[in-house]
Write a protein that binds this ligand. Structure first.
Ligand code: ARG
Length: 465
């Protein structure tokens, strides 16, 4: 008994033939999974060697299979490999070519293996590499942040809250904030890498295999630290991909924030920095413009990186155990996130390395503002006034200054005295530099603290590298 409906054949044979053609295109993944060829061949070589050691296939056969697979790899790398989309994926293309090259002995390779554990192993090998590449690219960007911070140790700018000038800070302190973000990102990619670092070969289609295989040997050959504990989980688990995708989404968000600051800071209104010319483009109509296209694209591409995470979460959410063909949809978005993130990390590094910060504009923005208001209030607190009361007095002073188009540095001592009898001569010493120097706490912007933070960051980066 099957549950096939009883049928007299298709109602419309021509439409059915068109459907068949479309249907086979529909299942093809070769155009994106061919990038797994190295992992696929390495996995097959390790598997064949194990089969030989265990006496499951003959040693001569192992030799022929391994030579054949190496030929396949050479053909792919020299561009002479005869790709066949009708064979759907990388695994079938490699195996079928192996038959052409070495004959029927090729048929022994797929003993004690299924494409289900094979594709998962390939993808895990790829993810381990991609996570490592991503971490290296993050380290290079962190290095560029440290370089920019060290080159601009005396540069002062207003720090912002609500994009309103809030309190003066060192530019190095601002840049080190991004260093911390990318440092946390690297930790997340290392965790994703550890999740991918588990061998799934040996799970077979899903129940394990009826041969005396040696999974630890294969794991050792391929550089996996562990083997999966449950075959059903092994063939259907894509958490490692989700972990990379979510780490990528967070990292893209950090890059987008940095890119947004590049866009704002390079505007004529701010003019805090000039982006390197190679990272801007001219306008086709307005000759005076240098548009920050690279920074904008770094910001804009965040959307697709988020999208890839959501696509994958959604693909997985309704799947019954174990392998379902839906899982083939794991790769395209993953590859796209890896490519997009690596490209964006390199663009961000290049922009930072070539950016010219305008220290005068930055200091001027801090001087021509009310960023000292907190310091004046803290001064009154130092003289014994409750902070809330000090806040009221300094608010009134700021309002008065704003009305007359002046700043705290323009206030006379008499005006201070009139606002509160607690003000003494030394209030006249409060300025941008004293404000920054007063944030002398661990994690604060005082110059010595920032120098120490820089040295600590350098050390951390050195130890990570
Ligand atoms: N191309 C498939 C994928 O990426 C390979 C596994 C196919 N397995 C199967 N039972 N149809 O998932």
């Amino acid at each position: 008994m099957t549950n096939e409906p009883r049928s007299n054949g298709p109602a419309n044979p021509a439409a059915s033939a068109r459907g068949a053609e479309l249907a086979s295109d529909y299942t093809v993944s070769l155009h994106y999974d061919q990038r797994l060829y190295r992992q696929d061949i390495a996995g097959s070589i390790a598997h064949a060697r194990m089969l030989g050691r265990q006496g499951i296939i003959g040693e001569t056969e192992v030799g022929q299979i391994v030579d054949g697979l190496e030929k396949v790899r050479a053909e792919i790398e020299s561009g002479s490999f005869p790709w066949k989309p009708e064979l759907e994926d990388i695994h079938m293309n490699v195996e079928s070519r192996l038959f052409e090259l070495i004959g029927d002995v090729a048929g022994r390779l797929h003993t004690a293996r299924s494409r289900n554990d094979q594709v998962s192993t390939d993808t895990r090998l790829y993810m381990k590499q991609a996570s490592g590449d991503t971490i290296s690219a993050l380290r290079t960007l962190q290095e560029a942040l440290l370089g920019a911070a060290e080159a601009n140790l005396d540069t002062v700018l207003p720090g912002y809250t609500h994009l309103q000038r809030a309190q003066p800070v060192l530019l190095a302190h601002h840049l080190l904030a991004y260093f911390e973000m990318f440092d946390r990102d690297a930790t997340r990619f290392a965790a994703a890498q550890a999740s991918a670092d588990v061998l799934t070969l040996g799970n077979g289609a899903m129940a394990g295999v009826p041969y005396p295989i040696d999974r630890e040997f294969v794991a050792g050959e391929l550089g996996f630290s562990r083997v999966t504990a449950n075959s059903m989980d092994g063939v259907s688990d894509r958490d490692f991909a989700l972990e990379y995708l979510s780490a990528a989404a967070i990292s893209a968000m950090h890059l987008s924030r940095l890119a947004e600051e590049f866009v704002i800071w390079s505007s004529e209104e701010f003019a805090f920095l000039a982006l390197p010319e190679s990272y801007t483009t001219g306008s086709s109509i307005m000759p005076q413009k240098r548009n920050p296209d690279f920074a904008e694209l770094a910001r804009g591409k965040t959307g697709r990186v988020y999208g890839n995470l959501f696509a994958m979460l959604t693909t997985l959410k309704g799947l019954p155990l174990t392998y379902n063909r839906d899982l083939q949809e794991d790769k395209e978005g993953l590859f796209d996130s890896v490519d997009t993130l690596l490209a964006t990390l390199s663009v961000a590094t290049g922009m930072l390395e070539g950016a010219r910060f305008n220290a005068d504009r930055m200091r001027n923005a801090a001087e021509s503002s009310y960023v000292l208001a907190t310091d004046i209030a803290d001064y009154l607190v130092g003289k014994g006034m409750p902070f809330r009361e000090a806040h009221v007095i300094v608010s009134a002073l700021s309002d008065k200054l704003i009305d007359s188009g002046r700043y705290f540095k323009d206030l006379s001592f008499d005006e201070y005295s009139a606002a509160s009898p607690l003000f003494e001569d030394d209030v006249m010493d409060i300025g941008i530099d004293s404000s920054i120097a007063s944030r002398d706490v661990h994690g604060g912007t005082a110059p010595d603290r920032v120098k120490a933070a820089l040295a600590e960051a350098r050390k951390r980066l050195g130890e990570a590298g």
